[in-house]
Design a protein around this ligand. Structure first.
Ligand code: ZN
Length: 86
């Protein structure tokens, strides 16, 4: 039985930081007693492989650092997006 009060909740995909509605039950990952929702299977797998990396990126304090890191990673990988799926 689903509770209707939770149906409008929006979660943030910690990998690509998209807003995700918790509708797809297969795109859920539980880490340290918390449940995270993802926009796609590839994001869920990326998080599963290295949860701490993405949890750090969700902290606003580190946003500037994270942006620079992604930029550097982008160059290092020859422009191939290090995140997500879209
Ligand atoms: Zn995603």
């Amino acid at each position: 039985m689903e509770k209707p009060t939770t149906s409008n909740q929006i979660f943030i995909d910690p990998v690509c930081l998209m807003k995700v509605a918790p509708g797809k039950k297969n795109l859920v990952f539980t880490h340290q007693m918390r449940t995270y929702y993802f926009c796609a299977e590839s994001c869920r797998k990326a998080f599963e492989a290295n949860p701490d990396k993405y949890l750090e990126s969700m902290s606003p304090k580190r946003k500037g650092w994270w942006g620079r890191y992604l930029e550097r990673l982008n160059k290092a990988t020859g422009g191939k997006p290090p995140k997500c799926c879209h």
